[in-house]
Design a protein around this ligand. Sequence first.
Ligand SMILES: [Zn+2]
Length: 308
Amino acid sequence: MAKTPISLIIDDGSPVNLYYFHDLMREHELIVPIEHVQRFASICEKHGVRGKFSVVPMPAGLGRLDKGLSHCPLEHVKKFNETVRKRIAPMFSLTPEIISHYFAFDVKTERFLGMQEDIYFSTLSAEQIADYVSYAINILCNVDLVPDGVTSPWMTGIDNEQNYAEGIGMAFKRTLNRDRTFYFLHNQSVLNAPKVMCSTPETGMVVSIPRDFPDVFWPGNNPGNDADVKRKIKEGIDRIISEDGRGGQFRELLDAGRPIVFISHWQSLFSDGRAYGLDGFEVLMERISRYFGDNVEWLTFKEIAERY
Ligand SMILES: [Zn+2]
């Protein structure tokens, strides 16, 4: 029997916790320690996990990964880049999550604008999007984190999707001479399988790859009663694969004939230093290996884009 392809999305990867800036009303830990990156990598190595991992090139506009960030020691940034290069990149297709996952950046004047990236992208031409994405790609290439596709911060591109897809393709063609790339924007309710969004000599083939489940580790982001947070995460895991492996949405999707895609966020796994999300992630990966190890095949997003 053919194995079902599965894949994991990690959004918002960065040496700093992006949620610190996305949830300004509550206190959050800013620096994500290297031990967190190491432990995440070890869990993925143990279970043979493959997928797509975001690296935000100018996280929250604090600076550039190739030059240093404010509020974050340079040594930490370098160590993050190195750890991602050595331990994450062999298992995941890397993607910029556009430039800052925060305020939009004028790539001509190199200044931040007073609006977020998702709003900015609503009105850009494919050509302008290509310039923007190229800027992001170049920062990652400067630190040897060569990307294979793009992740959309929030719902960036959703109201301008044809230009978005073409701009991404043009950027990868120009900077890395790629004939095929992908982006992540949608969930299964919008797009029920990977889809070719454009394929021309200027853009190459651009594939949109959707996710299946919500981020069940997201409660880890919220401060508050620890027992409550852990219970919510456990319930989320059980909804995907029950403790005895017999129930859950994952089993129902196994024969869908398309890749099944999980998602989490860097900050969810980190859980402000409490690692409740990462603990939960480990439980979910163990359930997949134990109950479905022989039926599934982990793929990177680059591999999905090549096959579908
Ligand atoms: Zn994000």
